[in-house]
Ligand binder design. Structure first.
Ligand SMILES: Nc1ncnc2c1ncn2[C@@H]1O[C@H](COP(=O)(O)OP(=O)(O)OP(=O)(O)O)[C@@H](O)[C@H]1O
Ligand SMILES: [Mg+2]
Length: 208
């Protein structure tokens, strides 16, 4: 089954938020999903899953913390394995990037975010990860103009950039702990924006 890794050394670009949302929506659609939390220091996705389970929120998501790529891949065998990468480069993340069916690189749209994101994209290329296995997702977008500027900025590198974006909004910070961005309540347009991005990620998974 597919391995979808969210990687970016830049912190706060929604690796964890999007990996949780993809896990929840795929599990809701009946897929067997495992979510590997590779952030050994923070372990925030593992804590999030524990909060979800103790609040009785369905579907429950199986999460385990892993330091080692091989162990994570072994644990995820036979399932859709989603990997929430840490906010720093490590041998494990490079190995996961190489082993992934799809690497998702979420990035904010400011230069502060785009510069390190391009470094990650170029190092994936250098490591031999084919472009068709890599997808950039624009996150924390504050305006259409900002999105357009970021897309123009990424154009020369010919990276694959998903359509749509995740808007930067306090409403998403207020979702109940243990729920995913896609489970936001009472904001259908925002929910749709998340689903559009998740669909673009699923569409980008190459056939095996
Ligand atoms: N659409 C959004 N708009 C604004 N804030 C958001 C949005 N989605 C999530 N957040 C918040 O942004 C913060 C960072 O998100 P997240 O933890 O997913 O990033 P990350 O890339 O995993 O960070 P790290 O590299 O530290 O692991 C969190 O506090 C989260 O609640
Ligand atoms: Mg994280």
């Amino acid at each position: 089954m597919a391995v979808v890794c969210y990687l970016n050394e830049k912190g706060g670009v929604l690796k964890s938020s999007l990996s949780r949302a993809l896990a929840v929506e795929c599990a809701r659609n009946g897929m067997s999903v495992r979510l590997a939390d590779m952030d050994y220091t923070q372990q925030s996705t593992s804590e999030w899953a524990a909060a979800r389970t103790s609040a009785g929120i369905e579907p429950a998501i199986k999460v385990a913390v892993h330091k080692d790529a091989k162990a994570a891949l072994e644990w995820g065998k036979g399932h859709l394995l989603i990997v929430d990468g840490p906010a720093h480069a490590s041998d494990a993340t490079i190995a996961l990037g190489k082993a992934a069916t799809l690497v998702v690189v979420p990035t904010g749209c400011s230069s502060e975010d785009l510069v390190p994101s391009v470094k990650v994209l170029n190092s994936l290329r250098k490591e031999g990860v084919p472009d068709e296995r890599v997808l950039v997702v624009l996150t924390r977008v504050m305006s259409d103009a900002q999105e357009e500027k970021a897309r123009k900025w990424l154009e020369p590198g010919r990276y694959r950039v998903a359509p749509g974006h995740i808007p930067d909004l306090v409403s998403f910070q207020n979702v109940a702990y243990g729920t995913a961005l896609s489970e936001i309540v009472g904001r259908p347009a925002l929910k749709q924006a998340i689903h559009n991005v998740l669909d673009a990620i699923l569409d980008a998974i190459p056939e095996e």
